[in-house]
Write a protein that binds this ligand. Sequence first.
Ligand code: NAD
Ligand code: UFG
Length: 339
Amino acid sequence: MTLKTVLVTGGAGYIGTHTMVELLGQGYEVVCLDNFSNSSPEAIKRVEKIAGKKITTVTGDVRDREVMSRVFKRPIDGVIHFAALKAVGDSVKRPIDYYGNNVGGSIALLDAMHERGVHRIVFSSSATVYGVPEKLPIEESAPIRPINPYGQTKAMVEQMLLDWCMADATHTAISLRYFNPIGAHESGLIGEDPHDVPNNLFPFITQIAIGKQAQLTVWGDDWPTPDGTGVRDYLHVMDLARGHVNALEHAFGIGGHATVNLGTGNGTSVLQMIAAFEVASGKKITYQFGPRRAGDVAACWADPSLAQRLWQWQAKLSVERACADGWRWQQQNPNGYRD
Ligand code: NAD
Ligand code: UFG
């Protein structure tokens, strides 16, 4: 079957916008559903500008049956499901909102898909499902032991998708376990737009460079890593976007559930990231060391070989390139989409 129209839930968000650019570039029709709880309609206009194509946008919540029946009025061939709440710390403070949105939202989506006979879904999971890794690089067969409610919601939806696929051989679901997405589209028109003070390293650094934050606190200088700071697998968001289209295309028609890591396979420390960003931007990133952040792990990077074997996907863009692209986005949009 040819895949023509893709529903992207949460398409106005950071990863969704970049994925919609990739989908439109590959000739797909895109229907975007977003409640704009963590994004702005301007982001969709920017995607349309980059791609030179229109997106059908439905404003509403994935849990709203009336909205979902409007979405599925048109023929949909497959779904990429990004819509979720994603802040780890916030999930500890208001877990039920996270279970409601992330798990409840996925149930509502699968219900609506079932009613309309749509059988293919790519789901945004996260490397956070692995919890504290026992062994590096992390393979998909590693134990699933999330250590916060956000991670639990991702593990629950993965389990649900597995059961959904077991129940019907025509169902296909791919849970993509992302490592740390960073950077932006090379145009500088779309990028990550945190509404509050960023918790994540990369947007915090870009906000220091633009003068919105004064200095970075590096959480811990005594981790068992080469320079004592935390090590992560930072993946350019355009590589991640391409991974979604690959997953959708190659997995279609196969049936069953697969969990697949998307990462570079390389670790970068906080100090290495600061140095790379300083070179890319020509700006000094001032920092001080603070205590270890609760819930952090020393190091985490992917074994990405399954994605390579299944879809010939591998990360192509370097951390340096992600720094240059992320900086361009930040410079052109000091206040994100609010400018
Ligand atoms: P984001 O917050 O930028 O995008 C999520 C989008 O979903 C937003 O536009 C938001 O308005 C929308 N949304 C949320 N709840 C909704 C609902 N109930 N109905 C309709 N729309 C809703 O986040 P992102 O960084 O683009 O992440 C996308 C997905 O990838 C999420 O599922 C996230 O958990 C997952 N993920 C992100 C990262 C990361 O570091 N950014 C890492 C691993 C996994
Ligand atoms: N860090 C600092 N100072 C900061 C922010 C981060 O030193 O102000 C350090 C952290 O201690 C860690 C590294 O930078 O060593 C990366 O931290 P991030 O917060 O950017 O990313 P995490 O790996 O902690 O978590 C992210 C997402 C999770 C997701 C996980 C794996 O926030 O949702 O990647 O995909 F689950």
